[in-house]
Design a protein around this ligand. Structure first.
Ligand code: PGA
Length: 237
């Protein structure tokens, strides 16, 4: 069975000492080759230094849609790459909801990330109203249009139903299976599809056992080393 990927997303959390503590615990636990952490920009350098001799990869949670120039406050994909990162999240539902990131913007970001040789973890997912209307698959496949012209080895998709993020209510195994199959049927069987939304140590194994689930994107539970280690050890190595 192919190795599964477990990616932590720290969101707007952490500080220097927490990075130091949690990452050292992960290093001591000798996790497999397919674990990555997406951290705030300010700590990418520290994390890349700490993890440089390990198989744990480091990524950003976003990149600028611009390459360089007069864009105050922005951080470019090439800067993220220059820190030693190998991946970035793009299109997380919190970016879409709070920072008005629509498909056109995401298309620019994907282009920037690929130009800097960062693997793109492209996040998609429906909100509760869409799920209840019965149009979740249609909605998610529409969000995937950004990726259609791209070589599938350059990105992975993270399916994260918005109603399951940070709520403690993960999607059912059946809902996850149906959506992952639909994404693969639409983009290609070779595309890796991760699930995210209230993944914890106590549900990781069952979610990872669903056909079509190639890994997990873990928010809150990735802030706790023991929890994240347990989740990482639930996947195929
Ligand atoms: P959660 O977040 O695991 O805290 O639900 C997942 C995510 O937003 O990536």
């Amino acid at each position: 069975m192919a190795a599964q990927s477990i990616i932590g997303n720290w969101k707007l959390n952490g500080n220097r000492s927490m990075i130091n503590e949690v990452l050292r615990e992960l290093l001591d636990a000798k996790l497999g080759a397919h674990v990555a952490l997406c951290l705030p920009f300010t700590y990418l350098d520290q994390a890349c230094q700490l993890l440089r001799d390990s198989a744990i990869k480091v990524g950003s949670q976003d990149v600028s849609r611009y390459q360089e120039g007069a864009y105050t406050g922005e951080v470019s994909a090439s800067m993220v790459k220059d820190m030693g990162c190998s991946l970035t999240l793009i299109g997380h539902s919190e970016r879409r909801a709070y920072f008005a990131e629509i498909s056109d913007v995401l298309q620019y970001k994907v282009t920037q990330a690929l130009a800097s040789d960062l693997k793109v973890v492209f996040c998609v997912g429906e909100n509760l109203a869409v799920r209840q209307s019965g149009r979740a698959v249609e909605y998610v496949l529409n969000e995937l249009d950004v990726l259609r012209a791209i070589d599938p080895s350059k990105f992975v998709v993270a399916y994260e139903p918005v109603w399951a993020i940070g709520t403690g209510a993960s999607a059912t195994l059946e809902e996850i299976g149906v959506m992952h199959q639909a994404i693969k049927a639409s983009l290609g069987e070779e595309v890796s599809v991760l699930y995210g939304g209230s993944v914890k140590a106590n549900n990781a194994k069952s979610i990872l056992s669903v056909s079509g689930v190639d890994g997990l994107l873990v928010g809150g539970a990735s802030l706790n080393a023991k929890e994240f280690i347990a989740i990482s050890n639930s996947g195929n190595q």
